[in-house]
Ligand binder design. Structure first.
Ligand SMILES: Cc1ncc(COP(=O)(O)O)c(C=O)c1O
Length: 467
């Protein structure tokens, strides 16, 4: 097997045992020779931290459009998009031009020193892309930083300590974000004490926990939340509830629209801020600009990152102005956050999405993808569920459709088999048994059809684990 899931669970002992010293250094001449041979793994392994799990043991060279090339020159149809980040594909002409242009002008000043055109312009475009009254943007460098900013704002502005998050969520790796993350125990193991006054409650996972219909999932999860508020933390002490409208790393589970509406109402009743983590699901991916729009709600805070600059580091929160005024000057800050090169790329991304109607394209191509995957599900009982919205689609693999026992082994083998066929897809879920499709949002109908063919071939290449 040539890949390792990002969320790979390690035994408790591994978290505290020091990692051994690298086998030995390479001379500059040896590095040159390995680079010429395209063996970037051999260059990387002696000195790069082994902490990062890798999906593939492959060497990547460059990207063009929707194809990622390895160092031997083989092209792969990229339906992973750097985990929902290069949503416009690779070497996008408008994004690349914007980056080059800004790099020629100015790389950095730190936004605390004054004002820069691409930063202000991107803030205006983001505000315009968000529903009223969300009109004020704070930029950071990553998804985790956006989440940290949202949590700090919520506590400072409400004067309350409590944060409620959903079981199975992934919000990032920094301490605050890790404290509200539970998609894998490996993200929490050995890091306690985490942030205090954090409470986890069940996510309305229609397929896994609450039966097959959205109404019972909504009732079950709302009931659990009400119980939490009745027994563990009063609503009057809760600063914020944070939710991914579609759980990402946790298994590509959309929250039912009815649940999001009830959550909004509960937050309104008790003066709780509703934070939507749109880091994976935002920027048009789900066939709406923001996934919460499928439920016709407006959160108080939106967290954005990943696809915002098509691969350059950036993160942002968007709120109504009054909240950030009450947050207070100097209450938060950053050196690199909202750097002009990332912001210039972000401006090009926002323009391209708008000008090419890519939100509608994601909806149409997503329907095509889900239809094709459902047809495969009708022929292959290893697929227990196909779900998602737009071009954020999950395929859950099970050992048995009746018991829904997660089939981790098939999923792990399948992402390798798909890569062998020339298709990059990733997996997710607490048991790593959900294949996630994250094609570029400007994918064509032909590319989706090719992706489906390659996926079917990958599935056929994986031996069945039962009779
Ligand atoms: C929903 C969600 N929130 C937060 C994050 C953290 O983002 P980053 O890795 O940029 O810190 C991720 C990353 O996968 C994510 O999917």
């Amino acid at each position: 097997m040539d890949h390792t899931a990002q969320e790979q669970v390690v035994p408790a002992s591994a978290a505290v045992v020091p990692v051994g010293a690298p086998a030995g250094g390479l001379s500059p001449a040896e590095i040159d020779a390995l680079a010429a041979a395209g063996d970037y793994a051999a260059i990387s392994k002696p000195h790069l931290s082994p902490i990062l799990g890798r999906y593939y043991e492959r060497n990547w060279s460059h990207g063009e459009g929707h194809t990622l090339y390895d160092s031997a020159g083989r092209g792969f149809l990229d339906f992973a998009c750097g985990i929902a980040t290069t949503s416009l594909g690779h070497h996008h002409p408008a994004v690349t031009a914007a980056i080059k242009d800004q790099a020629d002008k100015l790389l950095h000043i730190c936004n605390a020193l004054g004002y820069l055109e691409p930063v202000g312009r991107l803030a205006a475009m983001l505000a315009d892309a968000c529903p009223d009254p969300l009109d004020t943007v704070f930029f950071g460098n990553s998804g985790s930083e956006a989440v940290e900013a949202a949590l700090k704002l919520a506590r400072r502005v409400t004067g309350r300590p409590g944060i409620i998050a959903f079981r199975g969520a992934f919000h990032g790796r920094t301490f605050g974000a890790a404290s509200i993350t539970s998609s894998s125990i490996n993200y929490r193991l050995g890091y306690e004490p985490l942030l205090p006054s954090v409470y986890l409650t069940p996510f309305p996972n229609v397929y896994r926990y609450f039966g097959d219909d959205e109404e019972s999932a909504t009732a079950g999860a709302m009931g659990a939340l009400q119980t939490l508020l009745a027994h563990e933390i009063p609503a009057s002490s809760v600063a914020a509830i944070i939710i991914e409208p579609i759980q990402g790393e946790g298994g590509f589970s959309p929250a039912p629209a009815g649940f999001l509406r009830e959550l909004r109402a509960l937050c309104d009743t008790h003066g709780i801020l509703l934070i939507a983590d749109e880091i994976q699901s935002g920027m048009g991916r789900t066939g709406k600009m923001w996934a919460f729009e499928h439920a016709d709600i407006v959160p108080d805070v939106i967290c954005v990152a990943k696809a915002l600059a098509n691969g350059l580091p950036i993160g942002a929160i968007v709120t109504r102005r009054e909240l950030q005024e009450r947050w207070g000057v100097g209450a938060h800050g950053t050196t690199f956050g909202g750097n002009p090169v990332s912001c210039a790329a972000g401006v090009a991304v926002m323009r391209t999405i708008e000008e090419q109607g890519l939100v509608a394209n994601a909806a149409a191509r997503g329907d095509q993808l889900q239809k094709g995957l459902r047809a495969l599900m009708a022929q292959d009982d290893r697929i227990g569920d196909v779900r998602g919205r737009g071009l954020m689609v999950g395929v859950e693999l099970v050992k048995d459709r009746a018991t829904r026992d997660p089939d981790t082994a098939t999923s792990e083998a399948l992402i390798g088999a798909c890569a062998d066929q020339g298709l990059l897809v990733l997996n997710c879920g607490t048991h790593h048994n959900v294949i996630r499709f994250l094609p570029p949002i400007d994918a064509t109908a032909e590319e989706i059809a090719t992706g489906l063919e390659l996926f079917a071939a990958g599935l056929n290449a994986v031996p069945r684990t039962k009779a």
